[in-house]
Design a protein around this ligand. Structure first.
Ligand code: NI
Length: 136
């Protein structure tokens, strides 16, 4: 029996979407308000889902407290109240779009989770705009 266990989390970050190799006009045309040179913030919401077999001894797929601690150490401590472009090394050269952020979060969590667990991460940039990545 494979069961999915999910945990929700939240962080606030600032970012700017732009490519330094493009003109301001081109960045403005592609990224719109997200190209504001003085940055802007989002209240990001996150759902982390882990799928695996139920351990017959504990009855858990994984201890949700451990999942919560991984989300805190890998995501919240790294991103919350940070400027993603300036403060987070993964985005030094990578545009912090929701798509790229969800892949970075997935990769960080995948490294610390038991390798026989499947992972899926959904990131909400706004209540209506969200992206999902499961490693494919
Ligand atoms: Ni934005």
């Amino acid at each position: 029996m494979r069961v999915t266990v999910s945990r929700k989390a939240h962080f606030n970050s600032a970012h700017r979407l732009y490519r330094p190799d493009w003109s301001f006009e081109k960045n403005d045309a592609i990224f719109g308000k997200c190209n504001n040179p003085n940055y802007h913030g989002h209240n990001y919401d996150l759902t982390v889902s882990v799928t695996g077999e139920i351990d017959p001894e504990t009855g858990f797929v994984m201890d949700v407290k451990i999942l919560k601690d991984f989300i805190k150490s890998e995501v919240e401590d790294a991103f919350d109240h940070k400027n993603l472009n300036l403060d987070v090394p993964e985005f030094k050269e990578l545009n912090p779009t929701a798509e790229n952020i969800v892949v970075v979060i997935y990769d960080k969590l995948k490294k610390v989770l038991d390798s026989n667990l499947d992972l899926e991460v959904t990131l909400y940039e706004t209540a209506r705009n969200f992206v999902t990545y499961s490693g494919n």
